[in-house]
Design a protein around this ligand. Structure first.
Ligand SMILES: Nc1nc2c(c(=O)[nH]1)N[C@H]1C(S)=C(S)[C@@H](COP(=O)(O)O)O[C@H]1N2
Ligand SMILES: [Mo]
Length: 255
């Protein structure tokens, strides 16, 4: 199908390249709130830093094309991989350094549910683990130009939404995290068979840095639409936006 993005974490190149991409992306976002997709259209335009930027834009554009070709199709499952393909160590990413990841006490944890649902009772981890569990080995793609393969499993979001009596015709499902992060997805994506409320990473509970105790795993979306440390879920017709989405990243980041 031509959506193999290559193995390993460094599909674009070295650290400098990655840093440069990040700077470029930030500049474009500041300028006009341009999305990554719009960036592809600018290739060869009047950005002025000469060859370096040009090469960067070309590789970014190619990267973006491949990502877009690979990404969301509601009729298709995201590619899955074998255990030997798993990236070790798996990269950490957040808007803060690893040491600042929120520490959540498993016994005190409660998942809040609100909005267009019939049952708003909070969920303990034990209750979440008592629901049917499922998982896949899939590729996580970060907008900053890296990707990595990992294994996540937990409760299919569809199962959870049905269990709380969610209005499955509502437009959006929003997620609030224990840090200041938040994100949201459209209902079609929420009901996609691979969209998962992940409790486990590999064969053990999610480590703190990867989102303990609960992370949304959406293999059909970019990494930033995979909120970690989820503490609240809302079903709503008002687009809840997101931490990066509200700073100009393309909201759909999939199609
Ligand atoms: N709560 C929370 N979730 C988050 C983020 C964050 O900063 N806080 N960053 C997002 C981004 S941009 C990426 S690439 C992935 C990184 O997940 P990882 O640390 O498991 O690789 O988490 C996403 N979910
Ligand atoms: Mo990301």
């Amino acid at each position: 199908m031509g959506h193999d993005l290559g193995a390993g974490t460094d599909m674009i190149g070295d650290q400098d390249h990655r840093r440069a991409l990040r700077l470029l992306e930030r500049r474009l976002l500041l300028r006009r709130g341009l999305s990554l997709s719009a960036l592809g259209l600018l290739t060869g335009c009047n950005l002025q830093d000469g060859d370096a930027v040009d090469r960067l834009l070309w590789s970014m554009s190619r990267w973006n094309d491949r990502v877009q070709a690979w990404l969301f199709d509601p009729n298709r499952l995201a590619p899955t991989y074998a255990a030997r393909d798993i990236t070790t160590p798996f990269p950490f990413n957040a808007y803060y350094p690893e040491d600042d990841a929120p520490e959540i006490d498993a016994d005190d944890y409660r998942l809040a549910v609100s909005g267009r649902v019939s049952d708003t009772a909070p969920w303990t981890l034990a209750r979440l683990r008592a629901l049917p569990q499922q998982g896949q080995i899939t590729r996580h793609i970060c907008i900053e130009g890296w990707s990595a393969i990992g294994q996540w499993s937990g409760v299919p979001l569809r199962v959870f939404l049905e269990r709380v009596g969610a209005d499955l015709r509502a437009g959006f499902v929003g997620f609030k995290c224990a840090d200041r992060y938040y994100s949201s997805i459209d209902m079609a994506t929420a009901l996609h068979p691979q969209t998962n409320l992940a409790l486990d990473f590999g064969t053990a509970p999610l480590p703190t840095k990867y989102g303990f105790p609960l992370k949304l795993r959406v293999p059909t979306k970019l990494g930033f639409k995979n909120p970690k440390h989820i503490v609240a879920i809302i079903v709503t017709n008002d687009n809840p936006g997101g931490y990066w989405e509200d700073q100009g990243y393309n909201w759909f980041s999939g199609s």
